[in-house]
Design a protein around this ligand. Sequence first.
Ligand SMILES: Nc1ncnc2c1ncn2[C@@H]1O[C@H](COP(=O)(O)OP(=O)(O)O)[C@@H](O)[C@H]1O
Ligand SMILES: [Mg+2]
Length: 173
Amino acid sequence: MVMETLMQDPVDCSEDGLWRSAGWKELSMAHTLEFSFPVEGRSFAKAGDAASRVKQLLKQAAIPTAFIRRAVVVAYEAELNMIIHSQGGTLELLVSPAEVVIRAVDVGPGIEDVEKAMLEGYSTAPQEARKLGFGGGMGLPNMRRSADQLKIESDLEFGTVITAVISLRSDAS
Ligand SMILES: Nc1ncnc2c1ncn2[C@@H]1O[C@H](COP(=O)(O)OP(=O)(O)O)[C@@H](O)[C@H]1O
Ligand SMILES: [Mg+2]
């Protein structure tokens, strides 16, 4: 139920409406490519599948390699976080001539302290994930470094929405 609501209108999770006031709807309509990939919580065997599809699609869209690399880092870390820390959700890819947007929408349990979660090395990854080599606590910091804009909206009731924008304008690369 919550899943459906989030997938139909992920922007509604925004508490402060930043994306809306920044013209998110207009941007969204201008995106020439829109894809979404389901991501299951705890599906460690499928880790990286959605990010690989993102890479493939960006190559097909003839996005320059340097931007693809950054977008794939963001997509991979967002996908992994949904697998490790959430009950699942959707990884979305939006592309326009101006930007690549990666959005991860999950169904919870949400991030209690986003500022803390952004710290390098901070991780609440369970033992199951650590045994597989995940849980270094560098995912969110890497996403921040790789994206031109990163927005984390999290709610302990509804889950987490992470939106990363990679600008394709050469002055922002
Ligand atoms: N989608 C998410 N849902 C819930 N918690 C998350 C999510 N993404 C990140 N977190 C929290 O933020 C912390 C830091 O994330 P990250 O920097 O990617 O490190 P790691 O994934 O290695 O733990 C996680 O350990 C977790 O507590
Ligand atoms: Mg991570």
